[in-house]
Design a protein around this ligand. Structure first.
Ligand code: NAI
Ligand code: PHE
Length: 365
């Protein structure tokens, strides 16, 4: 007998325009493994592995399908010769120790069977240590630790990309990319946010920081003299630039009407609560840097360094290119009277349709 969530899973897959959804149930840990291969048109489908507890498997599948499509747009907009994919390990509880290692090894073997059609990396709740484990059984894990031959954390380069994006956004809004005296509110002082704070402080920006982990904010306050902001007060706090670097869905009908900034430009994935929020931002006169463009520094770091053999100078130039791409997007949006999100998607889709049709993915051959 099919439950309603099973039926919705069928509908989800039928309505999706991606190439394949690979699934496996890991009996030992009751973990659902989903790998969404959205597009291999520009190259192998790349995207991180998210480890999360979901209410049911259909929610995990919905997440992976949506996120895989986002990676197709991210890679295309970044000019990478890679497609989009994503994986979700829907676990009953976040695994630790030997259980974590064993489930990762079984998942890594599943990736290896895809023969490079899907290449993974870190994402929510996974890091270099997990990629090291995957690397024991598959060739297709980016972001292993440097001791294991990987390129390590992508967070610092994601921050560099966001910094270029903030400068380009300020140039468009205020007529100068100079950040001296500009107020920037960084929400989330994790790997990306704290590296971004350092870059902004070096530029002479007035930096405000909010994080639910208050010790992280205190550390930055001691080190750089930033201004702490209560995490619950982020949305109503006046600033030039709001940089979401923590959670998604921070831009909704409710929050947008309360924002007191001129620019939203940060690293968090899936910042818009729903597609219509891009238009709400435009109507409010707030410049929005599409998340999948401004946060592509992580993908450039992982794929550029490990798959394309870029040296440091090439990577630095490509990270700077994030600013140039945003400038192009803002111009396009102004010229066409569209949202910046629509302009960014148009640029990504134009790159996709200019590519010759992909060969059948190698997992079929
Ligand atoms: P992280 O896990 O190192 O840091 C996230 C920080 O946000 C933590 O300090 C956490 O305490 C804080 N936080 C959580 N909820 C919060 C809230 N409601 N208000 C304020 N702070 C809150 O993550 P990381 O790597 O710094 O990534 C940040 C964002 O950027 C995430 O959305 C991630 O998906 C996205 N991203 C990261 C990339 C990377 O290379 N690390 C690449 C592309 C996107
Ligand atoms: N998960 C990160 C992102 O969303 C980093 C990543 C990029 C992982 C590309 C694998 C491949 O950008």
């Amino acid at each position: 007998m099919m439950s309603s969530s099973d039926r919705s899973l069928e509908r989800l897959i039928a309505d999706w325009d991606g190439e394949a959804l690979v699934s496996r149930h890991d009996r030992e840990t009751d973990t659902w493994m989903f790998i969404g291969i959205h597009s291999t048109r520009l190259g192998p489908a790349c995207g991180g592995t998210r480890l999360r507890v979901y209410p049911n498997p259909a929610d995990a599948a919905r997440d992976v399908l949506r996120l895989a499509e986002g990676m197709t747009l991210k890679c295309a907009a970044a000019g990478l010769p890679t497609g989009g994919g994503k994986a979700v390990l829907a676990v009953p509880a976040l695994p630790v120790g030997e259980t974590r290692r064993q489930v990762l090894l079984r998942y890594g073997r599943l990736i290896e069977t895809l023969q490079g059609s899907y290449r993974t990396g870190p994402d929510m709740n996974t890091g270099a240590g997990d990629m090291d484990v995957l690397g024991e059984v598959t060739r297709y894990a980016f972001g292993r630790s440097p001791e294991r031959g990987g390129s390590g954390s992508s967070a610092p380069d994601t921050a560099v990309g966001v910094w270029h994006g903030i400068r380009a956004s300020c140039a468009h809004t205020f007529g100068t990319a100079d950040l001296a005296g500009r107020s920037v509110l960084v929400q989330g002082a994790g790997g990306v946010g704290s590296a971004l704070v350092e870059l902004l402080v070096a530029d002479g920006a007035k930096v405000l920081v909010a994080d639910v982990a208050t010790e992280r904010v205190r550390h930055l306050e001691r080190r750089y003299g930033i201004d702490p902001v209560d995490p619950a007060e982020v949305i109503g706090t006046a600033c030039d630039v709001y940089a979401p670097c923590a959670i998604g869905a921070v831009l909704t009908a409710t929050t947008i009407s309360a924002l007191r900034c001129a620019v939203v430009a940060g690293a968090a994935n899936n910042q818009l609560g729903e597609p219509g929020d891009a238009e709400r931002l435009r109507a409010a006169g707030i410049l929005y840097a599409p998340d999948f463009v401004i946060n592509s520094g992580g993908a450039l770091h992982l794929i550029g360094t490990e798959m394309l053999g870029w040296d440091a100078a090439t990577l630095a130039a490509r990270l700077a290119g994030i600013g140039a791409t945003l400038t192009e997007i803002y111009q396009h949006a102004d010229d066409e009277g569209t949202t910046t999100e629509e302009a960014a998607e148009a640029i990504a889709r134009a790159r996709l349709s200019a590519a010759p049709p992909a060969d059948p993915p190698s997992y079929r051959g």
